[in-house]
Design a protein around this ligand. Structure first.
Ligand code: B3K
Ligand code: ZN
Length: 873
């Protein structure tokens, strides 16, 4: 397969001035008639006329009305064309009903829908399917279905047809079409300049009661983008459609967002608090793309983080504003460490802006999205809020209508702030997670052995003075060393710009230095703090101000101190997390007992009724098994999945016993009365109550969980109770009852599949998963169901890594089967093998065998071949 390189970019030879498409919809024989006005690109470097096209049957083609016979390959067609502007017309036939890849035009539960990003439009018709070719589209749909939608505004309709026009020029990946027997949940929004916009969420008739929350989230997003970024919506209508079969969460097609049903449909009876929060964030994310992605798009797919990193950053700001900022930050860091760190520290590592790919769909990664968002967070922290706002205004002003690059993005910041971002740009080009080592030094006021700092002024190694003190006082120095391990073919990594937010606490727990930003630019750099009367305890990397691994030798006592006193909620949580992690690791490595300081700290935190319950719930969560495996590996110990599982069980049991007396009262306090609301307040109380129920279940064998299961009037309470029952080995009856109650609701049955595998005893997880693949409701073609089953198996760390290799084999069997139908979902799921080299020789051999078995499959897709190839290295 061919590798595409960023350095090979050339501008398109031909630009598109205008597109007209007619769709005659038929399940296996849809006709697509295109009329495209081409003009030479003044910036072109060659004249080649090439149109992408895959799996198309060309019926006819004309240039300026004259029939032509193009040269057709598997990738597209080329043709002799006039020197100047001309009109291309073509008719092709495609088969949506047999399109199981869910890319291009396909069918889902009887409706027609599309997914074009990144390169799916070429499965619809011949076209220059690259994001730097932008054009206005007019679309005519012909079918006997009642609802026919496309991008832009509706312009005309009649019996059996509808016509849409999108005045905003856009790349083909933002094209969308939907047709089906759909009903809508309507609403309206008045924009900041007073324009009235029609809003709709379109669903299958049975789902109409699940739209209200998504609609509220949409209106909040529209308002927020006006208030915070000054961005107004730009069409008369905004449509969202829910689709059951979808490869990812959702898609930001201009004016016609298409959503995986799981990312938009919600009701208290069928959705958990976590579902509601995720839906709110995804609706916001796709809506925000209207400016960051659609109005300003990407020049080429290497620039993907330009729209994705920024839009993730924007949606995280939105969630922080709508809910709790500290809780959102902690959750984002948990997610970053669980998904992005392993990616960046393993064989799939790549820069935020990759420089090569075979299949671009394999690069919609945690690195591009989540690390991409972290990079923007750092930029904002470095330049400050005001300068950030100024730079963003300039970005929208300068690049509206452009297909832009990371260079354009950084230039805007340079021009708005006068800052040189040459070094900062390494965040986009260097892969890997920087490791940041910190050491401290304290010189008391009368310490004569230390030269006064002014003598160091001319020394380039001299520490930066952070705070000048007047009276004789002690000096505290933090010395940082950064180092990024080699990876993704990059051996020498240069120092990156690290914004390090630091605060200092005095021995009595008072803050003696409020959060201060240190700007590290060198490989090794010291920062001095003067004017201190006693040696402080530092709180480093507050709010997780840079996506690095902080290496700090410190005592459990200091961590316990920060857990008790830090004013930064993130670092307070982090101190607890590190105590828990260190304790677990000591237990795994040397059989040490659980750390009393952690248990005491947790006792205090959980009772602290001044703290947000959602925050307390996060505090009580133990590091994931995979996080511990990674940590052990970094410390030179081969992780043993069973020992990791056992240690977590032991520690959780001890926590339950430590909190035993407080549990009933705390649970009573967290009870939410009245009608269900998915707001952050009640959701946080349910989250803490859920953690407490988990602990109680360890003490009462599931008696309380059984009662909660019976009385639950919302899915959050019901599912929490069910998870506890499964874990305590008492899940059988409840699982049967749950299935009977919800068998007609696909999204709830996904939960049923997922939970019994994810919560299974590790010794049984692979067997449970195997049995479920034989269930009549297991559907290989539905990505949600496949992920609910196979994704859950991979999430059950010790179960997936069962020593006999049955977990690996089961997953590989199904990936081999799925690859023939849906390469994108298959390739994505292959990443669960990415950390294979971390484990013992036997497990490594088993994983390698299974990866090689996948690689050896005949007709393996380009997507999966690239992933397996990179993982095997
Ligand atoms: N832009 C889409 C993702 C498309 C994935 C293509 N494999 C959704 C999003 O990021 O908003
Ligand atoms: Zn996105």
């Amino acid at each position: 397969p061919q590798t595409i390189y960023l350095k090979d970019y050339t501008p398109p030879a031909w630009l598109v001035e205008d597109v007209h498409l007619t769709f005659r919809l038929a399940a296996k024989t849809t006709r697509v008639i295109s009329r495209i006005r081409f003009a030479p690109n003044p910036d072109r470097v060659d004249q080649t006329f090439f149109l992408h096209g895959e799996d198309l049957v060309l019926i006819s083609s004309h240039i300026d009305g004259v029939a032509v016979t193009p040269t057709i390959t598997e990738e597209g067609l080329s043709c002799d064309v006039p020197d100047g502007p001309f009109t291309w017309e073509a008719e092709v036939e495609i088969s949506p009903a047999t399109n199981t890849a869910l890319e291009g035009l396909y069918m889902s539960s009887g409706m027609y829908c599309t997914q074009c990003e990144a390169e799916g439009f070429r499965k619809i018709t011949y076209y220059p399917d690259r994001p730097d070719v932008m054009a206005p589209f007019t679309v005519r749909i012909e079918s006997d279905l009642p609802v026919m939608l496309s991008n832009g505004n509706p312009v005309a309709e009649g019996e059996g047809w509808a016509e849409w026009h999108d005045p905003w020029k856009k790349p083909s990946y933002l094209f969308a079409l939907v047709a089906g027997d759909l009903v809508n949940h309507p609403d309206r929004f008045t924009t900041m300049s007073g324009r009235d916009v029609e809003l709709n969420i379109w669903v299958r008739p049975g789902d109409l009661h699940k739209c209200a929350f998504g609609m509220e989230a949409l209106k909040k997003s529209m308002k927020w983008d006006e208030d915070v970024y000054g961005r107004e919506y730009d069409l008369d209508i905004f449509n969202i459609v829910a689709v059951d079969d979808f490869n990812m969460g959702a898609m930001e097609n201009k004016g016609l967002n298409i959503f995986n049903s799981s990312a938009v449909l919600a009701s208290p009876e069928t959705s958990t608090d976590a579902n509601f929060e995720r839906i709110e964030a995804i609706i916001a994310h796709e809506y925000f793309h209207n400016w960051t992605g659609n109005r300003i798009t990407c020049r080429d797919w290497f620039q993907l983080c330009l729209k994705e990193g920024l839009t993730v950053y924007r949606d995280s700001q939105f969630t922080s504003d709508m809910r709790s900022a500290p809780v959102k930050r902690i959750s984002d860091v948990i997610d970053l460490r669980a998904r992005q760190f392993p990616e960046d520290q393993g064989p799939l590592s790549h820069p935020v802006r990759p420089e090569r790919f075979q299949e671009i769909n394999n690069f919609y990664t945690a690195t591009v999205y989540e690390k991409g968002a972290e990079v923007i967070g750092m930029l904002k922290r470095l330049v400050g809020d005001e300068a950030y706002a100024k730079a963003l205004d300039l970005y929208f002003e300068r690049h509206d209508g452009d297909a832009a690059t990371i260079e354009d993005w950084l230039r805007v910041f340079e021009d708005a702030t006068g800052r040189d971002l040459t070094q900062f740009k390494r965040w986009y080009s260097q892969s890997g997670t920087p490791r940041l080592k910190v050491t401290e030094d304290w010189a008391a006021a009368d310490d004569a052995s230390r030269p006064p700092s002014r003598d160091l002024a001319d020394n380039p190694e001299a520490p930066d003075q952070v705070r000048g003190g007047g009276t004789p006082s002690g000096t505290y120095t933090l010395t940082f060393e950064q180092h990024t391990p080699e990876g993704s073919g990059q051996t020498e990594k240069e120092p990156q710009v690290l914004p390090i937010a630091v605060g200092l606490l005095g021995p009595n727990g008072d803050e003696v230095l409020a959060t201060t930003l240190l700007e590290m630019t060198q490989a090794k750099q010291s920062f001095e703090f003067t004017g201190l009367s006693a040696r402080p305890i530092p709180s480093i990397l507050r709010e997780f101000s840079a996506p690095v691994v902080l290496e700090r030798e410190t005592s459990a006592d200091k961590r316990a101190f920060l857990l008790a006193h830090d004013t930064d909620p993130f670092n307070r949580w982090e101190a607890g997390r590190q105590l828990a992690r260190d304790g677990l690791i000591a237990m795994i490595r040397n059989g040490s007992p659980a750390d009393d300081r952690w248990l005491e700290g947790m006792s205090r935190v959980v009772r602290d009724d001044t703290a947000d319950p959602a925050f307390r719930a996060l505090m009580l969560s133990l590091p994931a098994e995979s996080e511990l495996a990674q940590a052990l590996h970094e410390q030179g110990t081969t992780p043993d999945p069973d020992a990791i599982w056992q240690a977590r069980e032991t520690v959780a049991q001890q926590l339950a016993e430590t909190l035993q007396d407080a549990l009933p009262r705390l649970q009573a306090e967290m009870t939410v009365e009245g009608a269900y609301s998915p707001d952050a307040g009640p959701a946080g109380r349910r989250a803490l109550a859920g953690k407490l129920l988990g602990l109680t279940t360890r003490l009462d064998g599931g008696a309380q969980a059984a009662r909660q299961y019976t009385h639950a009037d919302n899915m959050t309470l019901q599912l929490t109770a069910l998870a506890c029952l499964i874990r305590s080995g008492r899940g059988e009856d409840a699982l049967a009852a749950f299935y009977n109650r919800w068998k007609d609701d696909r999204l709830v049955i996904d939960k049923w599949f997922m939970l019994q595998i994810a919560e299974a005893d590790p010794a049984r997880a692979a067997d449970v998963a195997k049995t479920l693949t034989e269930h009549p409701d297991f559907d290989l073609k539905n990505p949600n169901r496949f992920r609910a089953t196979m994704g859950a198996l991979a999430m059950n760390h010790a179960g997936f890594h069962r020593a006999d290799g049955d977990g690996y084999a089961l997953l590989a069997d199904w990936l081999i089967r799925l690859d023939a139908l849906n390469p994108q979902t298959t390739a994505r799921m292959c990443s669960v093998f990415q950390a294979w080299r971390r484990y013992d020789a036997d497990r490594q051999a088993l994983m390698r065998q299974n990866l090689e078995r996948i690689a050896a499959k005949s007709d393996l897709s380009r997507d999966t071949a690239e992933m397996v190839g990179r993982i095997l290295g």
